[in-house]
Design a protein around this ligand. Structure first.
Ligand SMILES: [Zn+2]
Ligand SMILES: [Zn+2]
Length: 334
């Protein structure tokens, strides 16, 4: 009897990439510089509209609507910055980075360098124990309905995820030593990378102070949505986009190329700016979000890729299947 070892994720990705004609790929990879400005401006305009609604009416319902609009568009901006991590926001690399630093990460307490360091490691090692995001994808620590719901609240992973994208993350995934760096240089780099945060946050507080809104609205309408409508949906999306109903986790590692074709409202809330075409994104991270649907058409029928129709449907199926054991593991990856 012969047994075949399943292909590793890098081998699977290589095989799919090879099946695409260079001419077609070139078309998918074409960036539209104006699209970056349009996307960023529209998301910020919606955020402005949210603030205007809250300031105009100053009632419970207007605060609730404002919170939803602002948080959801913060998330949309966060996804645009994800394109920037891969150089897919704007063809001019410096401008690409500047847009992400000053119009996304700074206002949201983050730094491009931290996000990029972690995320590129995720791309490199996805489907292996070396993936720094693996704790999001497997059922370790969430293999019961209650533990899974706690995960979906964001509370179980907040500390670890935040730590990962701060300078302390370097302690978790040490980079090879390239000679001693003087402490002054480290401090200078640290401050330079966080300059957008250091400028944006006092500026935002000042704008709230000038506005008709109470000053605590900065916490309610700006800081809290970053947790509730950026961090939480992104943790849920990351699980859905790589989670597989197999136990133990290693059995599912060749099945972690997943895309969703969700209803529009799910896409807006959980995966704005086409983030639900995640398998295509892993295959060619430099494809801008607005071309991912073309790549999807090119690879959606491949057996190595799982296409799921709904985030909510998948989450429901996960809750009903828990706890997973080697015996009860669901065979279908969809
Ligand atoms: Zn991923
Ligand atoms: Zn990516």
């Amino acid at each position: 009897m012969t047994t075949t070892t399943p292909m590793t994720m890098p081998e699977i990705e290589r095989r799919i990439r090879k099946s695409i004609a260079p001419e077609q790929l070139r078309q998918w990879l074409t960036l539209k510089p104006m699209r970056a400005y349009r996307d960023i401006s529209l998301d910020w305009l919606a955020i402005g509209l949210g603030f205007a609604i809250a300031a105009q009416f100053q009632t419970l319902w207007s605060y609730a609507i404002a919170l939803l609009i602002i948080g959801n568009r913060q998330y949309a901006l966060f996804i645009l910055a994800h394109d920037a991590i891969h150089g897919a926001l704007h063809p001019h690399r410096r401008l690409n980075d500047t847009l992400a630093r000053w119009f996304v990460y700074g206002p949201m307490f983050m730094a491009l360098e931290d996000a990029r360091r972690n995320h590129l490691q995720h791309h490199r090692h996805m489907g292996t124990p070396d993936d720094p995001d693996r704790y999001l994808h497997t059922f370790e620590g969430k293999n019961s309905p209650l533990a899974f719901l706690l995960y979906c609240s964001g509370l179980a992973t907040f500390g670890k995820t935040v730590l990962k994208v701060t300078p302390f993350g370097r302690l978790l995934t040490p980079t090879p030593k390239t000679g001693a760096t003087p402490p002054q240089t480290l401090l200078k780099d640290y401050l330079k990378q966080r300059l957008p945060v250091l400028i944006w946050q006092p500026l935002l507080i000042w704008l709230f102070w000038l506005s008709p809104l109470p000053i605590w609205a900065y916490l309610l309408l700006w800081v809290f949505p970053i947790y509730a409508l950026v961090f939480v949906p992104d943790e849920i999306r990351a699980f859905c986009d790589h989670g597989v109903l197999r136990h133990p986790a290693s059995v599912g590692d060749s099945l972690r190329l997943v895309s969703f074709t969700p209803p529009r409202w799910e896409a807006v809330l959980i995966a704005p700016h086409h983030m639900h075409y995640h398998a295509e994104h892993h295959l060619w991270p430099a494809i801008p979000h607005y071309n991912l649907h073309l790549a999807h058409r090119g690879v959606r029928d491949r057996p190595e890729i799982t296409v799921r129709p709904s985030y909510l449907g998948f989450l429901g199926r996960v809750v009903r299947s828990l706890p997973l054991t080697a015996k009860t593991a669901v065979v279908s990856a969809k």
